[in-house]
Design a protein around this ligand. Sequence first.
Ligand SMILES: Nc1ncnc2c1ncn2[C@@H]1O[C@H](COP(=O)(O)OP(=O)(O)OP(=O)(O)O)[C@@H](O)[C@H]1O
Ligand SMILES: [Mg+2]
Length: 255
Amino acid sequence: MSNRGIRTKAITIGVGGLTSSGKTTLVKQLQRCLHNSLIIHQDDFVSPIEKLPINPEYGFSDCEDAPTAVDWDRMAGVLSETRKTGRIPPGYQSLDHPNESGDVYVDEEIIRKWRRWTQKLASIHMERYGERLVWVLVEGFLLYWDARVISNLDARVFLRVPEDVARARREGRTYYTPDGGVWQDPPHYWEKAVWPAYTRAHQHIFKGGDVVDGNLNGEIKSMMLFEPMEMRMEDMVNEIMESVINIPARPLAKN
Ligand SMILES: Nc1ncnc2c1ncn2[C@@H]1O[C@H](COP(=O)(O)OP(=O)(O)OP(=O)(O)O)[C@@H](O)[C@H]1O
Ligand SMILES: [Mg+2]
């Protein structure tokens, strides 16, 4: 049966964090738990290479710095539209985001439990309001920088891994660019581009601006901080899902 014509209520879940912190891996597990879901990848909104600044010292294009790295107007527009309509607007095309999901394990029974739960929530919403319910997972390396993006997230998750872990993972990976090319970090890219840009774009979230060890400072409301190196994937999934099922799904009709 076609869903056209049926109103759809969307609940958005943000998953942010440093490159190689495990965002895509986590989002894939969350998607398995959700009865009905969509994914928006921030990587689909990165600026074309000709718009990126060139590092004056090393001559590489810098894809990391928040003000220039992302087409913020386009990303905020797509996110807001998806949240309002429960559908990804035409014109947004998701690239393939292959990732090798290493050694992560979530018990099938846990997945089934959350799937049943979210299916129940969706049925209740349909019975009460005649609306479908969809959960929209939004993942990105700069998710908590633009106020419009932040305000369109109903749940806000941040993954923090130590710099050396992320760096080692990243240096073992190959990235595909939107034009079908392959990107490999040039020499000095981590310490001159990735890490300083990450620090600048996230210090406002942590006490004392300490992105490495600081606690959240409450600047961004109801953010959940996870340290995946100190926690099992299963426990992260459970904690996030507990919070997701408690987000009130107010009907669109009353918004
Ligand atoms: N909890 C985990 N335990 C062990 N390995 C993990 C975990 N999460 C992710 N990884 C591994 O780390 C690597 C990077 O993970 P992933 O692609 O999910 O990161 P990412 O945050 O999406 O990175 P990017 O921002 O660059 O897309 C992968 O090889 C993945 O297998
Ligand atoms: Mg990813």
